[in-house]
Design a protein around this ligand. Sequence first.
Ligand code: IMP
Length: 197
Amino acid sequence: MNRRLRFVTHNAYKVREIGAILGAAGIEVLGLDDLPAFEVVEDGDSFEANAEKKARAIHRWTDDAALADDSGLAVDLLGGAPGIHSARYAGAGLKRGEQDAANRVKLHAALAGHEKPKARFICVLAYVEKNKKPLFFRGEVEGTITASERGTFGFGYDPMFVPTGSTRTFAEYSPAEKNAVSHRAKALQALMRHLAG
Ligand code: IMP
């Protein structure tokens, strides 16, 4: 391993997934387990601002380079909503599974009467080395919103999103299939091209 970075997330699954991908490129990915617990309020006005805020938060404790992501679903007809508010679109304070289901119900209601509205998943990665300008890597997947939910894999808005060129929702993709084409995968590929270059 010739480089290392911190992935700023409390999601061990994400650390493993990104660790495997970047590990193959000689980059060691560490989580936050050895650092004091902290919360970052995601009150930025863009995916970039929120991702940068999360990445910068760790430099209180370590000089390691930091990587953080922020993601969401943007619907054209709704002017890009729910966008950066995707996680709590239906309101805060719900449990994870209930939250995702309530978000989907609210989005279907907002799009009632529209056939196959266009939408895109967006993921922005912020890569921050201490005392340097942040670098941003964006991945997007275009698609449409279905009239009803289909599929059991994935999370969030996956059961109502069909990527362009497919007939299946992301929740009907296996995790490996989705990870090969997702907005997160694309952002990560852009980061890897940068780190390799
Ligand atoms: P976060 O970036 O992990 O905070 O996710 C923001 C929110 O966007 C999630 O809670 C989901 O509602 C939505 N979202 C982001 N990526 C995906 C995805 O791959 N599938 C479904 N929903 C997603």
